[in-house]
Design a protein around this ligand. Structure first.
Ligand code: MIG
Length: 792
């Protein structure tokens, strides 16, 4: 079988010599003797490299790429003997005349990245880009991939695939394809986004000449070089090209409970009651495929769910939101409305000769909407009306690789997609199928609810972050899969998919109390926080095992809600800049060599470090703490950074550290988002001897509507400043157009090192304060207003 990897033995064409070139507004056309190549200048520091196909330069993109980014034309061309040099404001690009090859330099002459000598190769089936790396450079990203954080030395395939259970280091590909990688060698970073949705390959097995490559079995060579001195800058620019997540409804950041499947009204109600009775916070319940009438999408099973509207209403009163699963396959049943309507309007995928494509999925023989067509997406959006009207709040898109129960596990590659008049075979659209479905789903929710949509998708392509959260599919209830989740989710975050999670407790197989407890601890700091398990497995709701486990699980779910103001704030930042919530250590500590290889610890934002336990009966763990001073959140024990420490890891706690010198905002314990008015917002200052001042800007809004787009939000800046004699704490409202539910600030200063004599707020004496000598902590309460606190 052809592995699809670049193979020197095969016959390929290469470009030949430069014959001519032409400068246009935003692009430079390079005419080599055997092909044309365009460099398109997208934005400052983003250059698109595009090779012609079938003797034409086709500037069209996949659905991943946002329109409207093209705005750069500040460049000059110098024609030298052996090279053309393109100078932009922040890049010098040297183009070799002998055979096409690029080298990107900083303005100071430092090399950022260069191509192999013959940089582009192709034959009738494949195209390849060949690149050069160095010993120090590592690779990250590529979305949903198993294995260690650093992808150097491995090869990967992009082909959306339903992989049941078997997720190990060598399992590849999986459900989601993100043809984007980040390369960094500590001093400099760049990204490459390969905008090709055919089956594609990234081969980071660097050869003796320092070469690596990527390519695809079809389509164009079309990639974006993204310059970024800092890693965050590369991600910011990548998500400029393919988009960022929108602000999610706040409830979707709470705890989700799911199972394949909660099968009746009674079962769902019992579940909901149990959460409230046991006083365990939960916002969301998921309904898997058994809520439907014989797996017909957009229907309800009338026996088990006779009155969905009533059920939704009852759940709503208890603060629950319901997310229903929808698969793309539509049952081929002449009496079924969705099938009839789709057939009448020709919405389903067909072969070139007009024959309907059918394949077996849950409803048995099924047909598949052609989401490449705008009118089909609109129809699909419309189909959600009844579900949403009945009170369903979010949609879960499963099986959208698309998965089909046949030999290839997917749609026949010869099936056609209409693509609004630019039709082509499934092999071109396969990896985009879920992205297009999610577009339709998102549109539907947006249309029928005056609220921010929540969509969860199993498959995806670059850009899926604009419409959906993602999860990593069918893992198992084994320790290895808890561990695997950590680097996988970090790489997803690097690849624009900030809102991701894994099935907590594991999907297939039986979970157990200890495993579920440890997994929930990780989940507390995972962007998407859902417990889900498969048919025929042991129940794994928080109370499913012994009480000692339930207690700890409850404590951690509560902790998620305690951290909610901060987590929501981090999501706000993702929506603004694309920077993920869950981050690899090197993103915050780029100067530390060690940080680039740490696969099983992560940062939540820039100030919290989590090192989840992923082994049974573990009572001690070796942890690396980067530069700075750190405090264990649970034990209050302080540690100096830039060293390994051995930490105690009793089941009741997880290694969680706050970087001293930072500020965190926290909420009160609630059972679900919006349950009740809060009394206060807690602002904790983790003071550090070496850090005399710092600040934290908090974003707040109603968490559900679009009013923030009309300015109805707050940006509150909290800062402290320390000197020998006093500490000042300043509250400054940059924006203040949303009325919050609390009216007090509870301010805590840890490591304060003196007992204050006098505290004032806006010049008036503060009475409500307490200093705890043993904890070395000051707590004070003031009215939630702007102003300056002086502590002397
Ligand atoms: O072939 O809808 O990954 O989360 O519970 C199984 C049933 C189909 C796969 C999803 C899983 C879901 C299950 N689905």
């Amino acid at each position: 079988m052809d592995s699809g990897l670049y193979n020197e033995e095969k016959r390929y064409f290469s470009t030949g010599k430069l014959v001519d070139y032409k400068r246009n507004e935003n692009n430079l056309i390079l005419e080599y003797s055997r092909t044309k190549i365009a460099l398109e200048f997208i934005k400052k520091g983003i250059v698109r490299v595009l090779k012609e196909k079938d003797e034409k330069l086709d500037f069209s993109s996949t659905y991943a790429v946002l329109d409207g980014n093209l705005d750069y034309n500040h460049y000059q061309i110098l024609d030298k003997k052996e090279k053309l040099i393109v100078r932009t404001e922040n890049l010098d690009i040297k183009i070799s005349k002998d055979s096409f090859s690029l080298a990107f330099y900083e303005k100071n002459g430092e090399l950022i990245h260069k191509d192999a000598k013959e940089a582009i190769k192709w034959n009738k089936d494949e195209i390849w880009a060949k690149k050069i790396t160095n010993d120090k450079e590592n690779f990250y990203g590529l979305g949903e991939k198993t294995g260690f954080l650093n992808k150097k030395g491995k090869k990967y395939t992009m082909w959306n695939t339903d992989v049941f259970e078997a997720h190990i280091e060598s399992t590849d590909p999986l459900y989601i394809s993100i043809p984007f990688y980040l390369a960094t060698d500590r001093d400099k970073s760049y990204g490459i986004y390969f905008d090709n949705s055919y089956k594609s390959f990234f081969d980071f097995r660097v050869n003796e000449n320092g070469e690596y490559s990527f390519g695809a079995q079809g389509g164009k060579l079309d990639y974006y070089f993204i310059k970024g001195t800092k890693v965050k800058d590369v991600i910011r620019k990548y998500t400029k090209i393919t988009g960022r997540m929108n602000l999610p409804p706040k409830w979707s950041l709470g705890y989700h409970q799911s199972r394949y499947s909660y099968g009746s009204t009674e079962e769902v109600k019992e579940l909901a009651n149990k959460f409230r009775e046991n006083d365990i916070p939960c916002d969301v319940i998921h309904l898997d495929i058994h809520y439907m009438d014989d797996y017909r999408v957009f229907t309800w099973d009338e026996n088990n769910f006779p009155k969905p509207e009533k059920l939704m209403n009852d759940l709503k009163e208890d603060g629950f939101k319901v997310v229903n699963i929808i698969d793309p396959g539509v049952k081929k049943d002449p009496d079924y409305e969705v099938y009839k309507e789709g057939m009448k309007n020709d919405h389903f995928c067909r072969y070139l000769d007009g024959e309907l494509f059918t394949g077996d999925v849950w409803p048995e023989e099924s047909v598949f909407p052609d989401f490449t067509s705008k009118k089909v997406r609109k129809w699909w959006a419309g189909l959600h009306k009844d579900l949403l009207d009945s009170g369903v709040k979010g949609i879960w898109n499963d099986m959208n690789e698309p998965a089909v129960f046949n030999d290839t596990y997917t749609m026949d590659l010869e099936v056609m997609h209409e693509n609004d008049g630019d039709p082509y075979l499934h092999k071109r659209f396969h990896n985009q199928y879920a992205l297009l479905e999610a577009m339709g789903t998102y549109q539907g929710i947006k249309k029928y609810k005056e609220e921010r949509p929540f969509v969860l998708s199993r498959a995806g392509f670059s850009g899926i972050q604009r419409y959906a959260a993602t999860w990593t599919g069918d893992n198992r209830s084994i320790w290895d899969h808890l561990k695997l989740a950590v680097p996988m989710l970090m790489n997803m975050g690097i690849s624009g998919l900030s809102f991701s999670g894994t099935d907590i407790g594991g999907f297939t197989g039986d979970s157990n109390g200890e495993l579920l407890t440890r997994w929930t601890q990780l989940g507390t700091f995972m962007p998407f926080f859902r417990n889900h398990s498969s048919l025929y497995t042991k129940s794994q709701e928080p109370w499913a095992f012994a009480e000692k486990y339930e207690k700890i699980i409850k404590k951690f779910i509560e902790l998620r809600y305690k951290f909610m103001p901060h987590i929501y704030n981090l999501f706000y930042k993702t929506s603004q800049k694309g920077i993920p919530v869950m981050r690899p250590l090197f993103m915050e500590f780029p100067d530390e060599q060690k940080a680039y290889e740490i696969s099983y610890q992560f940062m939540v934002g820039d100030s919290i470090l989590a090192a989840p336990v992923y082994e049974p009966k573990k009572d001690k763990k070796l942890i690396y703490l980067p530069e700075g001073n750190w405090v264990n959140y649970f034990s209050d024990k302080n540690y100096e950074g830039k060293q390994y420490i051995v930490e105690d890891t009793p089941l009741a706690t997880m290694p969680l550290y706050i970087k001293n010198g930072s500020i965190l905002v926290m909420g009160e314990k609630i059972n679900y988002i919006g349950e009740k008015e809060r009394n206060y917002l807690e602002i904790v200052n983790y003071l550090d001897e070496n850090i005399p001042k710092n600040s934290y800007t908090l974003y707040e809004d109603d968490g559900i509507s679009y009013n923030y787009q009309e300015g109805k939000y707050n940006l509150k800046k909290f800062s402290y400043k320390k000197s020998k004699e006093k500490i000042e704490f300043d509250i400054n409202y940059k924006e203040n157009n949303y009325k919050t539910d609390y009216n007090k600030y509870l301010i805590r200063l840890k490591n304060i090192n003196f007992k204050p004599d006098k505290i004032t707020f806006k010049g008036n004496k503060v009475k409500d304060w307490e200093y705890k000598l043993k904890e070395n902590e000051l707590t004070l309460k003031i009215k939630a207003e702007e102003g300056n606190i002086v502590i002397m």
